[in-house]
Every structure is written in structure tokens, then in C-alpha cells.
Ligand binder design. Structure first.
Ligand code: GLV
Length: 387
């Protein structure tokens, strides 16, 4: 077993162990991938102020997100098809998150169903919903999440239409994977992945197939997503969905201060500054550049979470210093899952936690809740002077 020291090491292992089609699904942005790249590279423009001779004993990263205690202010973001990255992937990731003490978010487009994840966990998780036209299906989905004890829903606002990811089209992405000569040749080299998949019955979209009208055959799912997403989504519909749920709501995909104000006006419990990991609007600003403007607009009115581009504890600390109350990670935990299953997700969380804790200490802080903008050196034009 190689020595794993950082998230990038997990990515290397992940790439070796998981079929190309699913690695590509995770490791892609839309079109030219400009935003996908800048989400990570823009963190490099922020620097820390190193402080010395400060008492570093008794440090804590414990905090709260939407009123829930967390071991560190990090939640696992919803990621589609995770059960294709590793057998029973969503169950495994949810268990690792629960053990670590951070929230797990289940995607509507997961392989393991809401009920599967509830059966194998003992604490409430968050559930992500897209905005779909079919009210019946939305109500049933929310009802299932309620019965499973989910403590919040995360409504994805930035995927009414899908940003094209070239690799998925070229690979013919599907779940279960289509058997073509090249997919068979590639899967044949992924032995532990294949054995895991043979050992589970969960190989298609568990929240959808058999639950959404007309979707009994997984092959019809791509047409279902193209037809079912609500292209007419507006703020009135967001309000309706919030009322339909009636509990805590996190609105994800906010990149503009005006949208942040609308979300705060609706009384969302939190918003997530996110460009969907660079998978939707190619050419949008990186999330980290968008964050300060949104904090300025609504930071005192709604909890602001951050997502897109986090690959280290240093990145987490930078987002918190700019005013985020917590962050979501997506690829960083999927790499761990694909590399080593449940233990890999735990490894991702351990790595991020250690980096976060040590970096906080070297910036002269002992309590993550006390960290503020003062620890950062931010270039004057970081958020841009855009005409
Ligand atoms: C789904 O939300 C995706 O980005 O693939």
C-alpha cells in the first residue's frame, strides 16, 4: 500500500482502480473546463499570514452547520452515481461521514436509495433534490426523505439544463455501464471494483427507477433527466418546494449577490456559493472569487456555505476566512471512495482535518470559529473589477 499523504494521492489511486467512464464523470467540467480549472487554481492567489509565538494548545475545529454540531465545518456534497465509483458507495460514504461527525448529502441521482442509506446509518443525513416538473414525484421524494429522517434538503438551483461534459458523451456514460468492447476492456483491468459490483444488487439509480413514472428501465433514464428537469424554475417555484418540505432548506448554486439576496429573502437556512464544481456554466467565476461579494451582500442574514474547488485543509481555511460558515467537498471524498471504499472516505476526511487544524495553528488560531479575514493576504483585485 503506498503512503498516502494528501488528496492528490487518493486521486492517483482512484484513477487506477475505477473504470475510466466513472473517473471521467467525476473529473470533468463542462465544455472548455475553464471554470473547473480556475475553481482550484484561484485558491493559489490567496496567501496566509504566518504568526508565531502563539499558544497552540487545545485547538478545536468543532463548529455548527445549520444548527447541527460538526467535528469540522465540512459536509459531503451530493454527487451523482457514487455507487458506481465503488459498490454501495453512498452507504459507505455516509457511514464514514457519520463516524467522523460531518453531514453527508445524498444525491437524488444516487445509486443507493434514500431508504438504503437510512438503513445503514443511524444519524440524519441531508438529501439533495433537483427541481423537477413532476410534483407527484417531488412530493413522494420529499416524503421518503422525511420518513428516512433527513434533517435538511439541499435544493440544486443551477441545473435546470445541463452543461455539456464532452467526456461523458464520448464514453457513453450510463449506470449500469453499457457493455461495449472498449468499456469491457477497461473494466476488465479494474478487478476489485468489478468484484465489488458483482457483490451488490445496487447498480442503477435507486431513488428514481421504480419510483418515477415511466422509468422502469435504466436505459430510459437519460431521456427522463432531459425531460423531467423543470426548465421553468423561478423563485416562486423555489418557495413552493421549500414549503413542500417544511423543514431546513439549503439552496445550492448561488454565484451572484442578487440571487443570494433572493434566497435570503425566502428564508433559506443556508445558501451554498457553488458553480457545481465547474460542471455547469463554463466561464463563470471560480466560487472562491465569488464568495466575498456574496458574504458582503447577505453574510449577516443567512448562513453562507462554500463549494467548488476544495482539495485541501488550506483551501477550507481560506474559504472560512473569507466568511463562509462551512464548506462542501465533492471530488475530494469521491477520490477517497474510489481509491479505498469507506476507509478511503475516512482517509480523505482525516487528511483534510489534519491540514485544516495545522494550518489554523500556524496562522495563530486555536478555535476554527475565531478565524476571520485577518489571517489572509488577499490581492486587491481578487474579486475582480468587472465592468
Ligand atoms: C450532477 O449534478 C452532475 O453534475 O453530474
Amino acid at each position: 500500500m503506498p503512503v498516502i499523504t494528501c488528496i492528490d494521492d487518493l486521486k492517483t489511486l482512484y484513477r487506477r482502480r475505477v473504470p475510466r467512464m466513472f473517473y471521467d464523470y467525476c473529473e470533468t467540467g463542462s465544455w472548455s473546463e475553464q471554470t473547473f480549472r480556475e475553481n482550484t487554481s484561484d485558491f493559489d492567489d490567496l496567501h496566509f499570514r504566518q504568526r508565531v509565538a502563539v499558544d497552540m494548545t487545545n485547538r478545536t475545529t468543532a463548529s455548527r452547520m445549520i444548527g447541527q454540531d460538526v467535528a469540522m465545518p465540512v459536509a459531503l456534497a451530493p454527487v451523482g452515481l457514487t455507487g458506481m465509483q465503488h459498490a454501495d458507495g453512498e452507504i459507505r460514504a455516509a457511514r464514514a461521514a457519520e463516524r467522523f461527525g460531518v453531514p453527508f448529502t445524498l444525491s437524488t441521482l444516487s445509486i443507493c436509495s434514500i431508504e438504503d442509506v437510512a438503513e445503514y446509518t443511524s444519524k440524519p443525513f441531508w438529501f439533495q433534490v433537483y427541481t423537477l416538473k413532476d410534483d407527484d414525484f417531488m412530493e413522494r421524494l420529499m416524503d421518503r426523505a422525511r420518513k428516512a429522517g433527513c434533517s435538511a434538503i439541499v435544493i440544486t438551483l443551477d441545473l435546470q439544463v445541463q452543461g455539456q461534459r464532452h467526456k461523458d458523451l464520448k464514453n457513453g456514460l450510463s449506470a449500469p455501464p453499457k457493455l461495449t468492447p472498449s468499456s469491457i476492456a477497461n473494466m476488465a483491468t479494474k478487478v476489485s471494483w468489478g468484484l465489488g459490483m458483482l457483490g451488490t444488487k445496487r447498480r442503477t439509480f435507486g431513488n428514481v427507477v421504480g419510483h418515477a413514472k415511466g422509468v422502469t428501465d435504466p436505459a430510459s433514464l437519460s431521456s427522463w433527466t432531459a425531460e423531467a428537469f423543470d426548465h421553468a424554475l423561478d423563485w416562486a417555484r423555489v418557495k413552493e418546494l421549500m414549503e413542500m418540505w417544511g423543514g431546513k432548506v439549503i439552496l445550492k448554486g448561488i454565484m451572484d449577490p442578487e440571487d443570494a439576496k433572493r434566497a435570503a429573502d425566502l428564508g433559506a437556512d443556508a445558501i451554498v456559493v457553488s458553480n457545481h464544481g465547474g460542471r455547469q456554466l463554463d466561464g463563470a467565476l471560480s466560487s472562491i472569487r465569488a464568495l466575498p461579494g456574496i458574504i458582503e451582500a447577505v453574510g449577516d442574514r443567512v448562513e453562507v456555505l462554500f463549494d467548488s474547488g476544495i482539495r485541501s485543509g488550506q483551501d477550507i481555511l481560506k474559504a472560512l476566512a473569507l466568511g463562509a460558515k462551512g464548506v462542501m467537498i465533492g471530488r475530494s471524498w469521491v477520490y477517497g471512495l474510489g481509491a479505498m471504499g469507506e476507509a478511503g472516505v475516512t482517509k480523505s476526511l482525516d487528511i483534510l482535518h489534519k491540514e485544516l487544524d495545522t494550518t489554523m495553528a500556524l496562522c495563530g488560531h486555536r478555535d476554527i470559529n475565531q478565524v476571520d479575514r485577518d489571517i489572509l493576504l488577499v490581492p486587491e483585485d481578487f474579486t475582480g473589477r468587472w465592468a
